[in-house]
Design a protein around this ligand. Structure first.
Ligand code: ADP
Ligand code: MG
Length: 700
């Protein structure tokens, strides 16, 4: 279909044709946009007319009040006046000034423009203008600086209104964008409704067209609020529908029913060297119930660091093995995969269960991998623990019954999906685990299709970690104190350094610098190890093993130790350059200590002497992972919690994931829509968006 806006033919083809037309018409076909400008739009991610309409302003400047000239106050102002004189001149090379005098019935005012020589010719001294700009001091006299000026008889884009400010690219200014969007006014006003009419009415929303109009041409700031509410609602509604539909689809899948064997579970729990907490027990029970069904489980277990998720997962895995199916357990790092393989092996051995645990990680030699692949394919191995290596095409599972993903937010949707597909034909049960608590609003929208269980309590006898902010000047004294209290008692110390790139080295301590400083000076009588991502895998493993075995007193590392690693004898952690980490990350890091019965300590060394930020004070005063992740969401956005990849794809333009009320009502509406007998296919616009969200958020 070809269509052109110049013909304004959309009107004759009906409302939905307008939408198609906008979607298919390149911006280059619009009035005032040639190939050059189109290229600049492309830099902003805009290629079609629809992209342009959905390119919402970053903010607005309110120039809507017109003042009599005599009453002008410094600041953003508008006047309605005649320009009675105007003259431009070069003050020196490359510097042109245009000065003018504008006057109304109450008085006159000076106007000044820099480097806009066209002003003089373009201005009529007989006509009425609207003039908007900053009224401020220039060379000792008040003037309106670089104002926008439009004939009273024209449509106002840049004056006497709430002026939208767009994100600009080189050579493409807001003024230009306003003009081009302004040309689309009549088409935007005719945009069809995209939500079911009943929902618009019930939730008191303005129409889609009205909302788009108000985003670009608001008359009041309330207009903008109403437009944001409507469009934000629409986004969350679509996102919620996507996750609900995904959930419905997953429940249509066939799976392998895993019979719950109570005696086996009891035996396993009885053989543990500790008593399960009530939370662990409840969550494990839920999982076993879930798997003993014909529909696949899709559950996320959230438990703060150290809450004991591994043992819960192991119990679930045991049930699956007892039912003669395979379990795939995926962890984000080799270190963690190895440690899991070991602890799980020990736990299962204690109940004399036949489990053939096999490890599959990237650094294994080709021949070793081949053997592993063989055992996995023929079913000899029933418990497969590994990293991303598990999703390699060479891996074929014989009877995959359960997929466990540890630290699930570390994996992309695609990676998780790939692992699930190894079950061939049937859907495996899925157990996702995370130590990064998901704020409620995010959980509802992003992970709405998952059933969520929370391990609320930590094992008994755990003392909350004591966290302290430390000024950089106190560094030496701190290490000395740790040496004389903790290290002397035979406890171990983690020192974590931020990842640092080349030129930054001067301002922050790199892992090598800290290692060198501690080893050769501050703690030279102690055994100190170094661990970072660039080391060879076997070297890393050796260092970690030495630390776990107590052969090292101190481990200086980057965040490679962030997830999962369990060394109960390590009681203290020092985090260098703490301000460089996110809250969720700091919280995870400090979860590495205080995993035994001894008091854990975490010291956050700041990289400068400025007063600590709100974030750092929050982590000092709270050990509540949920509260901290809510805060992170507020301060840094969803990317901080989800990794840029996932939050970027989500691309919510208007809705804020912190707006609980909006999210709840949109989600409620999505539920009602699904339960009603309407079909999403009656709403093509909606269906299309939902389809996109489904592919981004689908975890099953
Ligand atoms: P996370 O939830 O962070 O993955 P882990 O599963 O690694 O935590 O468990 C942390 C430590 O707590 C392990 O050493 C584990 O053996 C121990 N643990 C787990 N559950 C209990 C419990 N109920 N009582 C005492 N210790 C426990
Ligand atoms: Mg863990």
């Amino acid at each position: 279909m070809t269509c052109s806006f110049r013909l304004e033919s959309g009107f004759w083809r009906g409302f939905h044709a307008i939408l198609d037309c906008m979607r298919e018409t390149p911006v280059a076909e619009l009035k005032g946009v040639g190939t050059e400008v189109a290229k600049k739009f492309a830099h902003l991610g805009i290629t079609t007319v629809q992209d342009l309409i959905e390119f919402y302003p970053r903010r607005y400047d309110d120039f809507s009040n017109i003042s009599p000239i005599a009453k002008l106050q410094p600041g953003k102002i508008s006047v309605q006046a005649k320009v009675i004189q105007i003259k431009g001149r070069y003050v020196r090379r490359g510097m042109h000034i245009t000065e003018a005098v504008a006057s109304d019935a109450t008085g006159s005012v000076r106007l000044v423009w820099f480097n806009q020589p066209y002003r003089e010719k373009g201005t009529k001294t007989t006509a009425e203008y609207y003039i908007s700009g900053e009224f401020t001091m220039s060379r000792g006299r008040l003037a309106i600086m670089n104002p926008a000026m439009e004939l009273v008889s024209d449509f106002q884009l840049n004056t006497v209104r709430i002026v939208p400010i767009y994100r600009e690219s080189k050579g493409l200014k807001s003024t230009r964008i306003r003009k081009i969007v302004g040309e689309l006014r009549s088409q935007i006003a005719m945009l069809p409704e995209t939500l079911p009419q009943a929902i618009v009415a019930r939730h008191g929303l303005i129409s889609h067209a009205a909302a788009q109009m108000s985003m670009h041409f608001p008359s009041t700031s309330q207009d903008v609020d109403a437009a944001r509410e409507r469009l934000g609602f629409e986004e969350i509604f679509q996102l919620s529908l996507a996750s609900l539909l995904n959930k419905q689809a997953a429940q249509q899948e066939n799976t392998h029913k895993i019979a719950f064997k109570e005696a086996v579970a009891k035996e396993f729990v009885g053989a543990l060297p500790f008593t399960l907490t009530d939370s662990q027990r409840a969550v494990a029970w839920r999982i076993c119930q879930d798997m003993d069904q014909d529909v696949p489980m899709n559950r996320l277990v959230e438990g703060d660091v150290g809450s004991g998720k591994t043992v819960v997962a192991t119990l679930a895995a045991l049930m699956v093995i007892e039912n003669k199916f395979q379990v795939a357990f995926m962890a984000p790092t080799e270190l963690l995969a190895r440690q899991h393989a070991e602890t799980i092996h020990t736990m299962l051995k204690s109940v004399g269960r036949e489990s053939e645990i096999i490890l599959l990680v990237g650094s294994m030699k080709a021949a070793q991998k081949k053997v592993a692949h063989q055992f996995i394919a023929d079913g000899t191995a029933n418990f497969i623990v590994g990293t991303h290596a598990l999703i390699s095409d060479a891996v074929a599972m014989k009877r995959l019954g359960l997929v466990i993903v540890d630290e699930q937010h570390r994996f992309g949707v695609e990676q998780r999906k790939k692992l699930q597909l190894k079950a061939k034909g049937r859907m495996p049960h899925i157990l996702n685990m995370t130590a990064t608590p998901i704020p409620r609003t995010l959980a509802l929208t992003l992970y709405g299709e998952l059933d969520i269980s929370i391990i609320k309590h930590k094992p008994h006898g755990r003392l909350p970690i004591k966290t302290k902010l430390v000024a950089p000047g106190e560094r030496k004294r701190l290490y000395k104190k740790i040496d004389e209290t903790e290290l002397v008692a035979g406890h171990q110390l983690f020192v974590v350094c931020p990842l640092i790139q080349g030129s930054e080295v001067l301002t922050a301590l790199s892992v090598e610098q800290v290692y060198d400083d501690l080893k050769n000076r501050v703690l030279k009588h102690r055994k100190i190890g170094l661990l970072h991502g660039k080391m060879a895998a076997d070297k890393k493993e050796q260092v970690m093993e030495d630390f776990v075995a107590g052969k090292l007193d101190v481990l200086v590392s980057t965040t490679v130790i962030e997830v999962g690693v369990d060394v109960p004898n390590a009681t203290t952690m020092v985090i260098e350059g703490a301000d460089r980490f996110g809250l969720a990350q700091l919280h995870q890091l400090r979860g590495r200590v205080g995993r035994g019965t001894e008091q854990g300590h975490c010291y956050l060394i700041m990289s400068d002497t400025q007063a600590p930020s709100k974030r750092l004070r929050a982590i000092e005063s709270s050990t509540d992972g949920f509260r901290l992740s809510e805060l992170d969401l507020e301060i840094r956005g969803p990317g901080a919690i989800y990794g840029a990849q996932q939050s970027g794809q989500l691309d919510l333009r208007v809705a804020k994931l912190t707006d609980v009320a909006l999210i709840e009502s949109a989600r409620q509406a999505a539920h009602e829509f699904i339960e009603s007998d309407q079909s999403i296919n009656d709403y093509p616009e909606l269906a299309e968006h939902v389809e996109i969200y489904r592919s981004v958020t689908n975890l099953s």
